[in-house]
Design a protein around this ligand. Structure first.
Ligand code: NAG
Ligand code: NAG
Ligand code: NAG
Length: 178
């Protein structure tokens, strides 16, 4: 019993030590930044930018490819043409999480290399019903220029080849950050 009490006292002192010092951090003013770029998801050919890394045993029998998981390193460009200026890369996972309708779970980091955004990133986590013309997904965080970001991204299919699955998607990002 005495040992337990002693232990609790030590634990409480430790916790107090961690939270005892109050610090008021000046965050500055919250800003809103809007970004516009194109996302190139190439799954076919010799140099795909997104590859299938896992699947369920009957994913290929599913009309929505339920259970397929892809790893992507997709170029983000200023304009819609693949040769347009590279502004960043979308790196992460997307997988088919819908059985009735194609519904992707997106877990992606958009890392930017352009101008004042160079080295900064945004994290997207949300549902992407990719066959809908316009999809909205949550922006759940960011780094660098986008520290403490939250917001939304609106994805609009710009071009889609239904025989290969390759797509170019327009992204409009609204990020609130400090
Ligand atoms: C982005 O930052 C990296 C590392 O600091 C640097 O090497 C690169 O030249 C920068 N790119 C641009 C376009 O500013
Ligand atoms: C889709 O890809 C196929 C195979 O590469 C190609 O033959 C076809 O022209 C493409 N369609 C469009 C609309 O780009
Ligand atoms: C995305 O932004 C562009 C350029 O600002 C605009 O023309 C377009 O209408 C926007 N798209 C959506 C779906 O909001």
């Amino acid at each position: 019993m005495a040992i337990l009490v002693l232990f609790l006292v030590v634990v409480m002192q430790y916790v107090e030590g961690l939270v005892g010092e109050d610090k008021l951090l000046e965050m500055g003013k919250e800003k809103v930044t809007q970004l516009h770029f194109y996302f190139h998801d190439i799954v076919s050919g010799k140099t795909p930018t997104a590859v299938r890394v896992a699947q369920a045993s009957d994913s290929d029998k599913s009309r929505t490819l339920f259970g397929v998981l892809m790893m992507a390193d997709d170029p983000l460009t200023q304009g819609p043409e693949p040769s347009s200026k590279l502004v960043g890369r979308a790196q992460g996972l997307y997988g088919s999480a819908g059985q009735q309708e194609l519904g992707l779970i997106m877990a992606m980091n958009f890392g930017f290399i352009d101008g004042m955004y160079n080295g900064s990133s945004l994290s997207i986590l949300g549902r992407n019903p990719a066959l809908h013309p316009v999809r909205e997904m949550p922006l759940v965080g960011g780094t660098g220029f986008f520290r403490f970001a939250r917001g939304i991204v609106v994805a609009t299919t710009y071009w889609f080849n239904s025989s290969t699955g390759d797509a170019i998607v327009e992204y409009n990002v609204t990020a609130m950050h400090y």
